[in-house]
Structure formats: structure tokens, C-alpha cells
Design a protein around this ligand. Structure first.
Ligand SMILES: Cc1cc2nc3c(=O)[nH]c(=O)nc-3n(C[C@H](O)[C@H](O)[C@H](O)COP(=O)(O)O)c2cc1C
Length: 173
């Protein structure tokens, strides 16, 4: 298998924790775990297949219209490298009880950007395991990646990750 770059985004801790749970499901030689907010262009370009993880935390971080706007930084990097034909899977942290109308919403932002840049998205996931009403990450009746709710259902995470990574292994080359 070509090496996977697993990049976790801005995080209060949960996204990073889940990134490491995901990595444990792969052979350690097949995956690198990296902090997306500190990554260089060169490093991001090094991989042909990716897993990206982002939490949805609203205006307090990623969408903050300040100089520390993580989305702007990330999108600028993604615009600078040739991503056409590369593969990516996305996981997202959210809270379906407090934010049922925007559950794991920001996975959708990243998805839209990656699709625009020619990336092939793998690892779509059914919505029936979650109680939510709407999400930008729910497209054509499925999530565009794996939603994880560590706030309410942390006991489900290991099993969800196992099932999802089993699916990814059939899609990554
Ligand atoms: C200020 C704030 C806003 C949030 N907004 C959302 C939201 O819109 N949708 C959602 O699904 N979860 C939302 N959450 C829940 C977080 O995504 C969740 O707690 C997640 O596990 C945080 O991951 P992190 O520790 O990696 O940042 C919000 C949390 C905070 C603190």
C-alpha cells in the first residue's frame, strides 16, 4: 500500500485522539499521523492518499475571520499542490445532541474544497447510525466521510473506526 498521510486539523484534543485510533487500524509502516495546522507544503504534497480529520467548532476557530483562520491557511496550501487523481477520506468530530442541524458540518467544507481540486473522495458513510437533522457533510443521502461523536457516544468510536478503516483498506491502493 502507498503510504497514507493522516492529517488532523485544528483540535481541542478529540480529533487528534481519533486520528491515533484510526492509525492503529493500519500497519504502522503504511500511515503517518501529522498536525494539519503545522504542516508544510512539501509534506502535504508528499502523499498520494490522505485521511483528513476536522472537528466542527464554529466561529471559535476554523471560521474565525482573523489572521488565525485555519481554513484559509489550509485552502491556500491545497490550492498550491496538484491533487488531481489523489485519494482522500475524511473523518469529522461533532456533537449530534447539541448541534443536530449542523452535525459535523465542517467535514462538508473540506469535502467541497477537495472535490474542487480534483481529489477522489472515498469512505462515504451511512447516516442511520446517527440522530441528526441536517449537515453540510450529508450529501446524496450519505455522509461524505466518518462522523464521530466523542462528546456523547465515545464508546462507539473504536467499532465505527474499525468498520470504516476496513472499508478504506478496500479503496486505498
Ligand atoms: C464552540 C463550539 C461549537 C461547536 N459547534 C458544533 C457544530 O456546529 N456541529 C457539531 O457537530 N459539533 C459542534 N461542536 C462540538 C465539537 O465538534 C466536539 O466537541 C468535538 O469533539 C471537538 O473536537 P476537538 O476536541 O478535536 O476540537 C462545537 C463545539 C464547540 C466548543
Amino acid at each position: 500500500m502507498k503510504k497514507i498521510g493522516l492529517f488532523f486539523g485544528y483540535t481541542g484534543g478529540n480529533t487528534e485522539d481519533v486520528a491515533h485510533i484510526i492509525a492503529k487500524n493500519f500497519d504502522e509502516n503504511d500511515i503517518d499521523v501529522l498536525d494539519l495546522t503545522k504542516v508544510s507544503l512539501l509534506k502535504l504534497d508528499e502523499y498520494k492518499q490522505y485521511i483528513f480529520g476536522v472537528s466542527t467548532v464554529g466561529a471559535d476557530s476554523w471560521k474565525d475571520a482573523s489572521t488565525k483562520n485555519h481554513w484559509d491557511n489550509l485552502f491556500m496550501l491545497l490550492d498550491k499542490i496538484d491533487l488531481k487523481g489523489k485519494k482522500a477520506a475524511i473523518f469529522g468530530l461533532g456533537n449530534q445532541v447539541l448541534y443536530p442541524d449542523h452535525f459535523c458540518e465542517d467535514m462538508g467544507l473540506l469535502y467541497e474544497k477537495l472535490v474542487e481540486r480534483g481529489v477522489k473522495i472515498i469512505g462515504h458513510w451511512p447516516g442511520d447510525k446517527y440522530e441528526f437533522t441536517d449537515s453540510r457533510a450529508f450529501v446524496k443521502n450519505q455522509f461524505i466521510g466518518l462522523p464521530i461523536d466523542q462528546d456523547n457516544y465515545p464508546e462507539d468510536t473504536e467499532e465505527l473506526v474499525k468498520e470504516w478503516t476496513d472499508l478504506l483498506k478496500t479503496k486505498f491502493k
